[in-house]
Design a protein around this ligand. Sequence first.
Ligand SMILES: [Zn+2]
Length: 159
Amino acid sequence: MLFAWASHSITSGHLAEVTFPIGCQSCTNDRFDLLETVIEWMHDGQSEASVVGLSTRCSECQNEPPVFDQTQHGYDGELGHLRFMEGARASQDLVSMDGSYVRSSKISVAFVLNIPLEELEGAESESGVRVQDQFDWIRVCILGDSGNEWVEVWDCECA
Ligand SMILES: [Zn+2]
């Protein structure tokens, strides 16, 4: 993962969620455009385009790091469940619910774990993938125009 994991205790049998705002690692700016990652892969002999992730583009320095890629991150990605989805990747502008592009916004990312801790610990001892990297849902919000309300613009169930 790109991001440091915030300290958080995970209690057995309870949902855990860690949310934090992101900043540019190159210039410390905290405003980004959002882009979806689309992969072109073969499914039953047919070419199929699927959205598999999200990247940010820094509005200051144009650095474009990935935030999340379902084929590599989260429960399914880390444990290799989506290795069959291989192909060319492309980026497209993310269109939010109201039909506008997400431009120069403050972004927060939430990692959610719903799978019982015992199951995650079992997978960790078998695969070496840390419990916190086996999140099963990711939610991405932008700070709304009012400046005090986070609005969800993208999510992905990844288990
Ligand atoms: Zn930057």
